[in-house]
Write a protein that binds this ligand. Structure first.
Ligand SMILES: Nc1nc2c(ncn2[C@@H]2O[C@H](COP(=O)(O)OP(=O)(O)OP(=O)(O)O)[C@@H](O)[C@H]2O)c(=O)[nH]1
Length: 425
């Protein structure tokens, strides 16, 4: 049996069955035994009474002469003979005057017990002694209750033996019933405990050969079906929520117009990159990009055309850097690029040059007046970690200033190359 079941303070099926069966067996024996014993005693007594009455009639007739002649001696002998012959406990001849002529009494084996039985089940018979139709005396007989007591003793012994045998039979039946009922119940309890502890809701418990236990197993399986379906539904919802969450997180980090990262995402990534660079002693580069004369595009060709230019700028900047470098739009016509890690300080100016060159390719722009071709331009500023600052603010400020210097140079249309411009920073 399972340890948990053993340690339970509640009674086991076996003990409940044993107690119930013992109660039923003893009660049945008590009722049936008592009825049989009482019935037997009553019938025995009736027989004895009948026999006693016949003996009294016969003895009254034979004792007539002893009464007529007042022969006490012969009368006593007559009573003693009859007592020995007819299993009497006592006999008496009483004259018509009320005086006793003769009496006889058997030596009793259990005087007190016999007195009690004689009170409860009296065995008395009386007959008139007549002479020439005149009542001259009375013959009184008392039957022997010893046979009744012996019969009662045997009956009680038989009842005790019956109880002993039925007790044994109950034990035997309990063992068999226990195997039939308790074993499948314990099995069912063990299976349900396993399902609960291992959260194995896909498991199904086995049926039993007893209808009620089998119904319990079926109900448990139906419950497991529901739990499993509920769990699958929860898992499905959880996955959908996770996917929605990932989607939202992705959208929250993107600039809705250009699709590159937004300012919030860039600031988070820059902080993380600075922490990594500081911990690992590596370098990184920050490029600040601002479109040249972008207001003019908006004013001349409309806001939507301006949007197209911003989208194209983002794509061109993206294509000028490595896959894992971060491109973000800070707002308006301002973009940044985070290059991490930066292997050589010379790499960064080369990238700024690449960006300015790539952006400066002609761009076909659909406008209300038809498709036109423009040549966009950007000014790129650069700052390096750790040379130009160790914090995000310092690096951004330096890159911004560097971009303005570059813009001024480009406005003046100086032939100074971008590389040499930023490398001066
Ligand atoms: N189409 C469009 N225009 C925007 C957007 N956000 C900001 N702008 C405009 O972009 C312009 C930015 O102009 P500025 O950077 O101040 O000036 P600029 O014309 O680029 O001049 P320089 O930078 O000095 O060359 C403003 O006219 C803004 O209204 C946007 O999402 N879409």
């Amino acid at each position: 049996m399972n340890t948990d079941l053993r340690s339970s303070p509640l009674p086991s099926v076996a003990s409940v069955l044993r107690r119930a069966q013992l109660r039923v067996a003893f009660l049945t024996l008590l009722v049936v035994g008592s009825v049989l014993i009482v019935g037997m005693l009553v019938s025995l007594r009736l027989n004895q009474l009948k026999h006693l009455n016949l003996a009294a009639q016969s003895l009254a007739y034979t004792s007539e002469a002893t009464v007529v002649f007042r022969d006490a001696h012969s009368a006593t002998e007559l009573l003693a003979d009859a007592g020995a012959r007819d299993e009497l406990a006592g006999a008496r001849i009483v004259l018509a005057s009320g005086a006793t002529l003769a009496q006889w009494q058997r030596q009793t084996r259990w005087p007190r017990l016999e007195a009690v039985v004689d009170t409860l089940l009296p065995l008395h018979a009386e007959a008139e002694i007549r002479f020439q139709s005149q009542v001259v005396g009375r013959l009184q007989l008392r039957g022997d209750v010893a046979p009744l007591l012996v019969a009662l003793g045997w009956s009680l012994a038989a009842a005790a033996l019956g109880m002993l045998l039925s007790g044994e039979a109950v034990m035997l039946m309990t063992r068999r019933l226990t195997q039939m009922i308790e074993a499948p119940l314990i099995d069912l309890a063990a299976q349900s405990r396993y399902v609960r502890e291992a959260r194995a809701y896909g498991t199904r418990v086995q049926g039993a050969s007893i209808r009620e236990i089998d119904a319990l197993a079926n109900d448990l399986n139906a419950l497991l079906d529901e739990v499993q379906a509920h769990e699958a539904e929860l898992l499905h919802r959880h996955e959908a929520l996770q996917s929605d969450h990932a989607d939202l997180a992705e959208r929250a980090s993107r600039d809705s117009l250009t699709g590159v990262a937004n300012r919030a995402h860039f600031e988070r990534r820059l902080d993380e990159a600075l922490a990594r660079a500081e911990a690992g002693g590596t370098r990184l580069a920050l490029l600040f990009i601002d479109a040249d004369r972008f207001k003019q595009i908006n004013d001349q060709h409309g806001h939507e055309a301006g949007d197209q230019v911003l989208i194209a700028l983002a794509q061109r900047v993206r294509s000028a850097v490595r896959e894992h470098d971060l491109v973000a739009r800070l707002g308006g016509d301002e973009f940044v690029v985070l290059i991490e890690p930066l292997r050589h300080a010379d790499d960064a100016p080369r990238v700024t040059q690449q960006i300015e060159a790539l952006v400066a390719r002609p761009l076909a722009l659909p406008t209300v007046a038809g498709t036109i071709e423009i040549t966009p331009g950007v000014s790129v500023g650069l700052s390096l970690y750790p040379e130009h600052g160790r914090s995000a603010e310092a690096l951004l400020r330096h890159a911004d200033e560097s971009m303005y210097r570059r813009k001024r140079v480009r406005r003046l249309n100086l032939a100074e190359p971008a590389v040499s411009d930023v490398s001066k920073d």
